[in-house]
Design a protein around this ligand. Sequence first.
Ligand code: SF4
Length: 435
Amino acid sequence: MHRNPCRQVIAKADVKTASSTEIGAEVEDEPPSQQACCPAALQPSVKSKSNRKLVIQSLPLDTPTPRRRFKQCYYPNITERQWSDWQWQIANRVRTLEQLERFLHLTPQEKMAAECLQTKLPLGITPYYLSLLVGHAADYPLRRTVVPVIDEFVKMDGEDDDPLGEENQSPVPGLVHRYPDRVLFLTLDFCSTYCRYCTRSRVVGHGRLFFNRRRLENALEYIRRTPTIRDVLLSGGDPLTLSDARLDWLLTQLRQIKHVEIIRIGTKIPAVLPQRVTPQLVRMLRRHHPLWMSLHFTHPDECTPEAYRACQRLADAGIPLGSQTVLLRDINDSVETMRSLMHHLLQMRVRPYYLYQCDPISGSAHFRTPVQKGVDIIRGLRGFTSGYAIPTYVIDAPGGGGKIPITPDYCQGRDGDKVVLKNYEDKLFQYPDTL
Ligand code: SF4
């Protein structure tokens, strides 16, 4: 176990990535003046383990009431139009301890961590996502996913900055070629909101991986001359923080490569910045089919009316949507929370795809659960809810072994020419299997 010394107050490593040359809208301004707020009005009516049911048909067309209250309190001079503008949201992300303290009463652990980030994954939270946290205590699941705590600085045995060995499987910068027929294409290292458990925190938010034509051309050239690649996953950072024009250019380049059959985009945008999913964006995306998306959702409280609307737009554009969720201790590690999340996702037309065991990145022990917890959650879902609501639980093997599915043991062995099976109620059955 190692400890990283805290040297300097406030990490601003991501400020560079926020330059207007990268994403068009990013500015260095502080959020608008914070006026005396009415905390009582922001107290959420439902606390952390919410199982709120949302009715899609009654989605409001404008900002829902809790968000409107938050906006009135903290951004009173901002119009509805600005609030709904994804570029305004990015330009006004909370990035420093001082900014964060205007919204949250920080614990000593949170405060110390925010002071010490320096070379670590920076702080970054959109006003929209912040509006989901305000009024909640430090143990509120969404708050824990984006507000750093001092535990991040504790490195345990077995943890690594690059636990999946991506650097060793990178033939050109920003491209990971692990499996024979597909590649992971890191488009940029910028995200609108930084997840404290990010597997790629060694890269993400440090302002070193730009949407740079020369780098991208090298990666494209590698794909062009490798005909076995039929599937390209765009990730990062978050590819949907690119402008429509830049994303369009990249998708067009990939589409011109004959052996690239499908393109996938991995993104957390619908959860942290649903305003980004504009009609213009989906119009552009639908020109590049077959295009798939893997959406990163962590907790049912992220499934707001805004997130529903974003997914609805993507699904209506004919983009098949799958979900990726990281299993996180005291955040979503119960059958009840996971079932609620999966049910919301299905209503949002997002098919639960992967449930990841949290990767052993440096300083992640406070997020990780025993593997048995994941097995128990899958066992608690299978048979008790729709098969469509059950993701595949996987461990991404440390060192670059790829995803390995972990399932409860339903097959109990053989009894002569029969296979002995256990069902979801622990009842035994035999299936004739004459060899
Ligand atoms: S959105 Fe994805 S890439 Fe960005 S910080 Fe979160 S986990 Fe990492």
